[in-house]
Design a protein around this ligand. Structure first.
Ligand code: ATR
Length: 295
């Protein structure tokens, strides 16, 4: 039997995934004989694909859209406390005793902030969006008892998520739509943008385009935003392609400190890598592999 360790990522779509280049660079850097591949897995095929990976001797998998929540439905998978609370997992670890699930997305976001010298303790956090990506990040800061507000185009979705987090963490999480966006921005020390605005078909759209209280004229908008964003405000957009979304550019132009999603991608991967191998990968090697693939 080959001694090459097997890893991979399951998703649909999956062809754009940067996880293979990122993990293979880390394995090779540490001299670990391993191969990490991307697999297209349709929703109805997930259970079979996970069980087959187990039979084939896989040591670990990443699970991405649209499977992060459904993977926890299988009773042969044991979630760790955080992925159980969130109700979504992005990492599976195969052990002789069974299959464990983890969610490294949120901790990846936290480490990305910390790697930019942005401490989060006690800071007011504004999360924009209430979908899957927001969910794990919002749960983490809710659990850490940060003052937290979640805002979303569809306010009810943010309110539902905030109520769920409040119930499970004892934190008093607030929520709303985009109608008080500027006041929310002013309140926040750290703003985390988790929607797909700024990428793909929404590449030319920023969160500030979603409210009538912000001018559409570039100069007027910049002058206005300067009143609400300070050089101490950290604006983090979890999008990594493009490297600077319209929202991030506007925040930077108005004087805020900005961070894109590259290091969140890297750290969520590095945490999964460590769960699988027990070794800390070199995050700069993983980052270089990601940046090279994006060029
Ligand atoms: P993900 O896993 O990437 O978070 P998702 O669960 O489908 O994906 O959530 C998408 C998020 O992007 C939601 O917060 C969604 O807002 P709604 O709940 O109002 O749909 C947000 N979103 C998507 N398109 C948007 C748009 N054009 N304007 C504002 N928000 C948008």
């Amino acid at each position: 039997m080959s001694n090459v360790q097997k890893y991979g990522v399951f998703g649909d779509p999956i062809h754009h995934s940067l996880s293979p280049v990122m993990h293979n660079a880390a394995f090779s850097n540490l001299g670990i004989p391993a191969v990490y591949e991307a697999f297209l897995v349709k929703p109805g095929d997930l259970e079979h694909a996970v069980l087959k990976a187990k039979d084939d001797g896989f040591r670990g998998l990443n699970i991405t859209i649209p499977h992060k929540e459904s993977v926890l439905k299988f009773d042969f998978i044991s979630p760790d406390p955080f992925s159980k609370m969130v109700g979504a997992a992005n990492t599976l670890r195969f052990l002789p005793t069974g299959i464990e699930a983890f969610n490294t997305d949120a901790m990846g976001a936290l480490l990305a902030l910390e790697s930019e010298n942005c401490s989060t303790d006690g800071k007011n956090i504004l999360v924009i969006g209430a979908g899957g990506a927001s969910r794990s990040i919002s749960f983490l800061f809710g659990q850490r008892q940060n003052p937290l507000k979640i805002i979303n185009r569809t306010a009810e979705k943010a309110e539902k998520l905030a109520a769920e987090i409040s119930g499970k963490t004892g934190n008093n999480v607030s929520a709303g739509g985009f109608s008080n966006l500027l006041d929310d921005v002013e309140w926040a020390d750290i703003i985390i943008q988790t929607t797909e605005l700024g990428m793909g078909k929404y590449e030319s759209v920023s969160v500030f385009d979603q409210t009538e209280s912000v001018d559409s004229d570039e100069n007027l908008r910049n002058n206005l935003l300067k009143k609400y964003l300070t050089p101490n405000t950290v604006v983090f957009d979890i999008v990594y392609n493009p490297k600077e979304t319209k929202f991030l550019k506007e925040a930077r132009t108005a004087g805020a400190k900005t961070i894109n999603g590259t290091m969140m991608l890297v750290y969520q991967g590095a945490l999964a890598f460590e769960l699988w191998t027990g070794q800390k990968p070199d995050v700069s090697v993983m980052k270089d592999a990601v940046l090279k693939a994006l060029d």
